[in-house]
Design a protein around this ligand. Structure first.
Ligand code: GLY
Length: 318
């Protein structure tokens, strides 16, 4: 059972372990399952997932969901869940998805007034005949499944929005707060893969805008025979190239996770509309090998495995 004391114990153990770069000798990770990989500096989330996976490998979806919930519930995180930036009309709208090792997927987009979007996505996957629910339908489904209405706007995000309103220019920040979407992938000791993705989307987006994060194949893709991938950054660029699906297919054709991420970024880099935009991509294969690549400097990612817990700067193209 996860609790704060066991969390602190495992955090100390991992932080004093000799840390090894997951990129310097990636094949070593084959024997280092479970492994949790997430976008940005999400140490607490990675540890929550890692501990659950260590205690019960078959609870991989619980591990991923609880880890992503910890970010969604944090009001200080300004781009995911509670405290996330609103759209240009002042409403916080959430996008999230989850995918398991059997190829099942659940997703919600344009979800208002519900804190843990990834948990609603999981309910869509497990309790409905559908993959994706949107807007009012997603909210009604959440309420029917026991979720409660929650005001996602914090006093801080409201003040920031009111200040933005004075000029009202849509100019998303690159590497926003060094923490945009949480995309989290995991492999358990049985070599099963799953993943999830959650975000409040681009700050001050047009009302109704949906990004890459809830789109299966764009913000997240899992194929248990091959590997998994997730994305962060400017969602339009990710959607236009189906980055996560592309990376999994590139791994299927023999590329390592790192080379597959690099190739997917290379394709995005050929576009003419990438100025002032960032994309960060992560991949994890069946061996537990990790890959990361970004369009430009500033993307980092976190790995938890038997070697410890570390946040690494991604390689980048520009
Ligand atoms: N990657 C998050 C978004 O564009 O909404």
């Amino acid at each position: 059972m996860f609790n704060r004391r066991s969390f602190n114990k495992i955090l100390s153990a991992l932080l004093v372990s000799p840390l090894m770069s997951c990129q310097s000798n990636p094949k070593d990770n084959a024997s280092h399952k479970p492994l949790v990989l997430s976008t940005w500096n999400n140490k607490e989330a990675n540890l929550i997932a890692y501990q659950i996976l260590k205690e019960n490998p078959s609870s991989i979806l619980d591990a991923i969901e609880k880890a992503v919930n910890s970010v969604e519930s944090n009001p200080l995180d300004v781009s995911v869940g509670y405290g996330g930036s609103p759209d240009s009309s002042g409403n916080v709208t959430l996008d999230a998805c989850i995918m398991d090792h059997n190829g099942n997927a659940g997703s919600v987009c344009f979800l208002k007034d519900i804190k843990n979007a990834v948990s609603v996505a999981r309910k869509v996957m497990e309790n409905s005949p559908h993959v994706m629910l949107c807007g009012q339908g997603a909210k009604e489904f959440a309420l029917l499944n026991g979720f409660t209405v929650f005001d996602l706007l914090t006093p801080q995000s409201k003040n920031k929005f009111l200040k933005w309103k004075e000029k009202a220019v849509f100019e998303p920040e690159i590497n926003s707060e060094r923490h945009d979407t949480i995309g989290l992938l995991a492999i358990n000791s049985l070599s099963n893969l799953s993943g999830a993705c959650s975000t409040s989307g681009l700050s001050y987006k047009l009302p109704g805008r949906v990004g890459d994060s809830p789109i299966i194949g764009s913000g997240l893709y899992v194929d248990n025979e091959v590997g998994a991938s997730t994305a962060t950054g400017y969602g339009e660029l990710v959607m236009q190239s189906c980055s996560s699906f592309l990376i999994v297919e590139l791994m299927r054709s023999g590329m390592t996770p790192m080379i597959a991420c690099k190739e997917a970024i290379k394709r995005i880099s050929l576009r003419t509309d990438i100025e002032n935009k960032q994309v960060g991509l992560l991949a994890l294969d069946k061996l537990g090998q990790v890959g990361a690549f970004a369009l430009r400097r500033g993307f980092n990612y976190t790995v938890a495995d038997i070697n410890g817990l570390q946040t690494l700067e991604s390689e980048y193209f520009l």
